[in-house]
Write a protein that binds this ligand. Structure first.
Ligand code: AMP
Length: 281
């Protein structure tokens, strides 16, 4: 497996692979990899001849008071995980390699990005769309893998690829969870022992909501209230949002009629965690 930090070098490697007729799968990440990322890499290595993982903590998708400076890093551990999961190349550029001093192009999306995480993180998806389109231009993958854990991001990337006619297939992958249901996340490492126990409330609240949907509940307000009551029972938890949205448009809905995303963002202490599920009737 190769480790590269230069755009030019990565393009050369890929050019050679393409010349040989090999297909390329791509997984963009911010590093500090866990079994969630691993499942994406494994899927990509099953479905492609070559697999590239990018590790880049993208500064422009973080807001001013977010955790950019403290975001966890462990390149040695990430390298071992990538190697064992079947990756062929890690692209690990620094900030200067990705954003020149006079970098001034932003890929901005209206709609889809204004609700949910976009509400509390207003510049987040412009940062995501910009870095992902730049990475797509560097890697030119046949398929790119994104987790359903970041459901809004997955919807945004699918739309961006469609709108800009980018020649890549976007593959959505299921959420990988800890044994107690907490979605795996690099940010889980911020949690103290007490907070880690409290964080179980995210998945617990969604499970109860899913059960009531399965029993026939169709009112978004009732679903939101049930989730709110469960979250409020945990004193370390503070709600950022609880929303019931159309799974394609990300717009709020009152009555659940078609594919629906039920998504939450909760602070446990200072750590913001997200979780979701999609309900299909
Ligand atoms: P990140 O490094 O957090 O930017 O995540 C990189 C990719 O891994 C994104 O497409 C995430 O949705 C995906 N991912 C992160 N955590 C999980 C998880 N627990 N299960 C599945 N995919 C995940």
């Amino acid at each position: 497996m190769q480790l590269e930090d230069r755009i030019k070098k990565v393009k050369e490697v890929i050019k050679q692979w393409k010349k040989e007729g090999l297909t390329v799968g791509f997984i963009p990440t911010m590093g500090y990899l866990h079994e969630g990322h691993e499942s994406l890499i494994k899927k990509a290595s099953e479905e492609n001849d070559r697999v590239i993982v990018s590790i880049f903590v993208n500064p422009i998708q973080f807001g001013p008071n977010e955790d950019l400076e403290n975001y966890p890093k462990d390149l040695d551990r990430d390298t071992t995980l990538c190697l064992n999961a079947g990756a062929d190349l890690i692209f690990n550029p620094d900030k200067e390699e990705m954003y020149f001093d006079d970098f001034c192009t932003i890929v901005n999306m209206n709609g889809l990005t204004e609700n949910l995480c976009g509400k509390s993180r207003p510049s987040h998806f412009a940062g995501v769309c910009t870095v992902v389109s730049k990475l797509f231009n560097i890697v030119t993958p046949d398929k790119a893998y994104f987790g359903q854990k970041d459901a809004q991001q997955l919807a945004v990337i699918k739309r961006m690829v469609r709108d800009l006619s980018i020649d890549v297939e976007i593959v959505g992958c299921s959420i990988i969870r800890e044994e107690d249901g907490l979605a795996k996340s690099s940010r889980n490492t911020y949690l103290s022992k007490e907070e880690r126990i409290a964080a179980i409330v995210l998945n617990k609240s969604l499970k109860l909501a899913k059960e009531s949907l399965e029993k026939g509940e169709r009112s978004s307000n009732n679903i939101i209230n049930s989730i709110k009551n469960t979250i409020d029972s945990e004193k370390l938890a503070k709600i950022d949002y609880i929303q019931v949205v159309d799974a394609l448009s990300m717009e709020n809905i009152q009555e659940i009629k078609g594919p629906t995303l039920i998504a939450i963002a909760i602070y446990i202490g200072k750590t913001r965690l997200i979780d979701n599920f999609t309900f299909k009737m």
